[in-house]
Design a protein around this ligand. Structure first.
Ligand code: TYC
Length: 107
């Protein structure tokens, strides 16, 4: 068997490039948690504003959070997920709602 060391430098670079392309970056779910105080309309607005959901999809996710305690807004790479969480929590605080947005690693 020819090992990687038997390849030319150019061939090694090609292998490294292909491997880099194949590697999938880790994904994170951005979730909303239920609470007793945030108005349902505000949660629907969050889902439309920050996650580009239709009003129908946003309502479905909001009801899921309301009934089951948690719901997925979307799945993103780490930096995008961190930004969404930050933006949503900042927006909720600005309007003085206790709504909590978190991220969790995809399995
Ligand atoms: N439970 C809230 C209410 O009854 C509504 C709500 C839904 C709050 C989803 C947060 O992520 C949430 N007003």
């Amino acid at each position: 068997m020819r090992g990687r060391k038997d390849l030319t430098v150019q061939e090694q670079e090609t292998v490294a490039e292909v491997e880099a392309e194949q590697k999938q970056p880790k994904q994170y779910r951005v979730v909303l948690l239920n609470d007793d105080y945030t108005p349902m309309d505000f949660v629907v607005e969050i889902l439309q504003r920050f996650f580009a959901k239709t009003r129908a999809d946003a309502t479905q996710i909001m009801v899921q959070v309301h009934m089951r305690g948690k719901g997925v807004c979307g799945v993103f790479t780490r930096e995008i997920a961190e930004m969404k969480v930050e933006q949503v929590n900042e927006y909720s605080r600005r309007y003085q709602h206790p709504l909590l947005c978190q991220m969790e690693p995809e399995l």
